[in-house]
Design a protein around this ligand. Structure first.
Ligand SMILES: *Cc1c(COP(=O)(O)O)cnc(C)c1O
Length: 456
């Protein structure tokens, strides 16, 4: 019985022959995918549970292969309302910036060449002065992400020594970034001080020994501690650090480079203010509230940044030319016309009335016959910025609630996800929603076609 099942399974070459007739390229990837799929059927057959004939197996595998041999990374419509959605690529970049960068990088570039004197240059120079000019730091360095920035900086400041952190700031960001683990892996020893809700300057002071390498202040990006609480100000720590000759490092996480509180983005902590406070080294992400490419930015005292640049770990986390070019453009737009060019920030800044207008205009485009079985209702929502930024803040937004006589919310969610232009919405209180906070305006025409495809 079991052996018969196994005999039912076609061979790779049999499927390849049919695949070629159906115009799939006979390439290694297609072959690899067919082998992988066949193995799954063999595993099922070995357990005696294969309930398919040979033709159905071939058909299933070919349809799977036709899906998988498409580009794997593709554009999706983010209708979750969460603008900084790490699963969907975090900070979206404007087409204008991407086009500028793509044009520049379609040939060789002066990545590490000083065109003035023909000597070897530093890739960091393309962005370090731009960053310093915005946040007022003595120097700056970029690496692949903020996690790398933290690891590298800690290793340089305190390898083999103790790092003092408040118990209220032992953060887990998700995706395995945990402060205690980062400290360990950077070769330092964690010294916890204070309690979960209250830490005093004397707690830090009492923990300082001759083995102290640094004091680390961490922004509790994705949670708030409220009630009977006390957190020591960065300024106070800097004072203590100066007295004891110990560096104070700050992991800011999201790091706003500009104060955007008048533009509808509640002020978190502005990087420039932390620089002014005199902290030795400050790290933050390039793809959170800066709205740039995935990167980690380290700013601070020139003497320390110079040392960090020479640390061997710096080479293992260095950015490529794409990141550097995208960050350069993002930073240039931060000097000039931030709102117009920074797509992430313009999505975050759009207020509810503006979003409502978009949704109302959009609804007019939906064909009438769709609305019989399915209802679309405008609803006010509150959304988060995402990626652990601004945890206590909710942004006012507008969503379309889709109710259907034909489909359950989870069936709707799947239909939208599997559309030619995938749409990622969310389910709440047993209803399916498309939130417009995070829908990029130029994608509305694709959203319309996905709605028609999903609901027809
Ligand atoms: C987000 C965050 C990180 C990790 O940054 P990535 O750029 O995602 O690597 C580290 N620390 C804090 C406090 C954060 O908010």
């Amino acid at each position: 019985m079991k052996n018969n099942d196994l005999l039912n399974i076609p061979s790779v070459s049999q499927i390849m022959q049919i695949a070629e007739k159906e115009k799939f390229h006979n390439n290694r990837y297609v072959k690899y995918l067919i082998k992988q799929e066949l193995q799954k059927y063999r595993d099922v057959a070995k357990n005696g549970r294969l309930e398919l004939d040979r033709n159905s197996i071939i058909k299933n595998i070919l349809s799977k292969v036709s899906l998988l041999s498409d580009s794997s990374i593709k554009p999706v419509i983010n209708a979750t309302g969460i603008v900084l959605h790490t699963g969907l690529g975090r900070a979206p970049q404007s087409k204008k910036i991407i086009n500028k960068v793509a044009k520049r990088l379609s040939a060789y570039v002066n990545l590490e060449l000083d065109l003035e004197n023909g000597k070897r240059g530093q890739r960091q120079n393309h962005v370090s002065n731009l960053i310093s000019s915005i946040v007022g730091s003595e120097d700056a360095l970029i690496v692949n992400n903020n996690a790398a920035a933290v690891l590298l900086s800690l290793n340089e400041l305190a390898e083999g020594k103790e790092v003092i952190v408040s118990r209220g700031q032992l953060v887990e960001i998700g995706g395995s970034f945990r402060i205690p683990d980062m400290i360990k892996k950077s070769g330092c020893r964690l010294v916890e001080v204070g309690t979960t809700n209250r830490t005093h300057i004397s707690d830090y002071e009492d923990a300082i020994t001759k083995n102290t390498g640094a004091i680390l202040w961490v922004h509790t990006s994705n949670y708030t501690i409220s009630g009977f609480t006390k957190e020591v100000l960065i300024e106070e720590l800097v004072c203590l650090g100066k007295k004891k000759r110990i560096s104070v490092m700050v992991d800011l996480g999201c790091g706003e480079v500009l104060d955007l509180s008048e533009n509808g983005i509640p002020t978190n902590i502005v990087v420039g203010d932390v620089v002014k406070s005199g902290s030795s080294v400050i790290t933050f992400s390039g793809d959170k509230l800066l709205g740039g490419p995935q990167s980690g930015i380290i700013v601070g005292k020139k003497s320390l940044i110079t040392k960090i640049k020479k640390n061997p770990i710096a080479r293992t986390v260095r950015c490529d030319k794409w990141t550097i070019a995208l960050l350069e453009e993002t930073l240039r737009s931060a000097q000039e016309d931030l709102v117009r060019e920074n797509l992430t920030l313009s999505l975050l800044m759009a207020d509810r009335s503006k979003i409502l207008k978009r949704v109302e205009n959009f609804l007019k485009l939906i064909p009438k016959n769709i609305n019989k079985d399915h209802k679309m209702i405008i609803e006010e929502t509150f959304v988060e910025a995402g990626s652990g930024t601004l945890p206590a803040e909710k942004f006012e937004s507008i969503a379309l609630k889709i109710t259907s006589k034909k489909y359950s919310p989870s069936a709707l969610s799947k239909l939208f996800r599997k559309a030619k232009y995938p749409v990622i919405g969310f389910i709440k209180n047993n209803n399916f929603y498309l939130d417009f906070k995070s829908i990029i305006p130029f994608q509305e025409k694709f959203l319309l076609s996905s709605i028609i495809e999903a609901l027809d």
